[in-house]
Ligand binder design. Sequence first.
Ligand code: SER
Length: 315
Amino acid sequence: MKRMMITGALGQIGSELTVKLRETYGKENVLATDIKMDDREISTDGPFQILDVMDGKTMLEVAKKFRADTILHLAALLSATAENNPVFAWNLNMGGLLNALETAKELGAQFFTPSSIGAFGPSTPKDGTPQDTIQRPTTMYGVNKVAGELLADYYFHRYGVDTRGLRFPGLISYQTPPGGGTTDYAVEIYYEAVKYGTYTSYIDKGTYLDMMYMPDALDSIIRLMEADGGKLKHRNAFNVTAMSVAPEEMASAIQKELPDFKMHYQVDPLRQQIAESWPNRLDATAAKEEWGFNPKFNLEAMTKDMIMKLKQKRI
Ligand code: SER
């Protein structure tokens, strides 16, 4: 990775990945693109270009002009939003991905795109979910993710594009909030705990999902992209996780830091159903063995850091 172009750079992952890549590889080498501009530093702190990922011709021109050797394609809709607008989700998630893969093919660029725990479904083994297993998701988001994994593998086998991906769990961060995901509760809970001392969870007690703190997610993207391709047996996409948590466990971890914190439940049927169709706990052995995946934050360490950072932010 020397010259990187990021799509969806103002989104949940992109806004932090852009900053990290600019710190690591030099500002001038990281082109952030998104469908809109906003007043955050990403738009002004280094190269920035407005780009609609549905416009493949412009995407190729922009990437070519920048002389990108790596495409990090992050622009996509998350699970709950996709479920509310499945046709648009298909068009954006698949159309954008196809354009990004074509761009990588034309430029001979390395390629990254995230998959998700959403790529699994009710018939997948829920505990210790293997790297290679049944993938029959029941959401449009999941259908997009499975098709995306296959498409990225296809570009590797058919055209030799160096495609790599991760099946991310719920990602938790004190910087950019996610939008329209099923795992968003695990971010909202910290914001509301610090701000109001109480949170009403739309995911029910006892619902286990994999989670990861954003610094570990960013580190895993860079590690995977820098790994020796010859050592990778898998490509699209690796199971990664740092913890498997239920809402009440997250509440208890917060209560250790903020003893007066109170948790309530008001289950949202759509997101609860999505959560129940996903695994409880992934097996990340392949990622550990093939490229040294090594998350640093467990629930306790993440909770301490989140609360400290949100207090500093004076949200
Ligand atoms: N965080 C995502 C979502 O909930 C999962 O990939 O949609």
